[in-house]
Design a protein around this ligand. Structure first.
Ligand SMILES: Cc1cc2nc3c(=O)[nH]c(=O)nc-3n(C[C@H](O)[C@H](O)[C@H](O)COP(=O)(O)O)c2cc1C
Length: 161
């Protein structure tokens, strides 16, 4: 079974989770890169603003053919209880119809369920087989790694047709 983990991360938390999932599954790993600078005070400010107004952004070209994969894990941080513009753009540009998708996101403390719900809505036509969020990743790396191992173990144990 060929698996892809694809993620957007501004400050490394979602990357940490994506890399651990990738290790557990011997998957391929790809990063969605926003061409807009999201660092620093103004980067943070506009990140929040662009998220609230549901803006899209320019992302770097990703060499991805979803047909090459049986399951795709898609992850991002929670931004203002919603999805970052890079994910909005990625899901707009990428045809995931009938693909098996697993969604994950990271948050500091609240809003991740809403983020996952919005990801679901934007991934129209995909078959969402599971979703999970991780909180305060930077402070809890050992616990988050254990949560990922347990989660992936359960997913692998589930019968699939
Ligand atoms: C613009 C912006 C908005 C955010 N909004 C939320 C939020 O609504 N709730 C929350 O718990 N964390 C929020 N965060 C924190 C991130 O979701 C959290 O730190 C996440 O793990 C960062 O992932 P990353 O390191 O992969 O970018 C926000 C961060 C940014 C930059």
């Amino acid at each position: 079974m060929k698996t892809l983990v694809i993620y957007y991360s501004r400050s490394g938390n979602t990357r940490f989770v994506a890399e651990k999932i990738t290790q557990e599954l011997s998957a391929d790993l790809k990063e969605i890169i926003d061409k807009k600078n999201r660092q620093g005070f103004w980067g943070y400010f506009w990140a929040g603003h662009d998220t609230i107004v549901k803006a899209k952004t320019e992302i770097e070209e990703i060499n991805l053919n979803p047909e090459n994969y049986d399951i795709i894990f898609l992850g991002c941080p929670t931004w203002v209880a919603s999805v970052p513009p890079a994910i909005r753009t990625f899901l707009d540009k990428t045809n995931l119809e009938k693909k098996r998708l697993v969604l994950f996101c990271t948050q500091d403390s609240m809003g991740a369920e809403k983020t996952l719900n919005i990801m679901r809505l934007l991934a129209r036509g995909a078959e969402i087989i599971d979703q999970k969020f991780f909180s305060a990743v930077e402070k809890n790396k050992v616990s988050v790694e254990a949560q990922i191992k347990e989660w992936i173990g359960k997913l692998l144990a589930e019968p699939r047709n």
